[in-house]
Design a protein around this ligand. Structure first.
Ligand SMILES: [Zn+2]
Length: 176
């Protein structure tokens, strides 16, 4: 606690702010007069310097950092929210029953040679690799957009978190 007091100048009458650390020493007034600063015990009898609280500058710096940090973090979080909002719905899962039925109908209508070709060219790789291969270009594009939206969203959320941490660190190390 470093409350400053006002020491009246004996020459010009102006008040010179003095801090407890200057107790017992001397200060020079604006007018050039050298004034003896009273000891700590006597300094309490002087009027307190209310005009410039010594903590004001630091407090406003901390407040500024805090407001700016929260503002930036808020903007980044809003951006993340936007990407979450525009993320397209995942493509509808394929209708397995309808597909099986359609495949069955096509198979019934096919001559054996074509059937064998179909099996080697399409169904064998499909069985080997799994049905995931069977995506329409639209589904692939949608899935890519979803991935992008999630990537941007995660980056923004990460950045917002980093800004919050940086703000707290700055406020923590700021002079009190
Ligand atoms: Zn003076």
């Amino acid at each position: 606690m470093s409350t400053r007091h006002l020491l009246p100048c004996t020459a010009c009458g102006k008040s010179v702010p003095v801090s407890p650390s200057q107790a017992g020493g001397a200060v020079t007034c604006e007018c050039g007069a050298r004034l003896d600063v009273p000891r700590l015990g006597e300094m309490r009898n002087l009027p307190a310097d209310e005009s410039v609280p010594p903590q004001a500058a630091a407090w406003s710096f901390r407040n500024g950092v805090l407001s700016a940090g929260l503002l930036i973090a808020g903007a980044l979080a809003a951006g993340a929210g936007w990407f979450a909002a525009v993320e397209p719905a995942p493509p509808a899962p394929p209708d397995a029953a309808a597909r099986t039925e359609s495949v069955q109908r096509q198979l019934d209508a096919m001559p054996p040679a074509q059937l064998f070709q179909l099996y080697t060219e399409i169904y064998k790789p499909l069985i080997d690799r799994g049905f995931q291969e069977f995506k329409s270009p639209e589904d692939v594009a949608t899935l890519r957009r979803i991935d992008q939206c999630r990537l941007y969203r995660n980056v923004l959320v990460g950045a917002a978190g980093a800004v919050v941490v940086a703000t707290l660190v700055l406020v923590g190390v700021a002079p009190k």
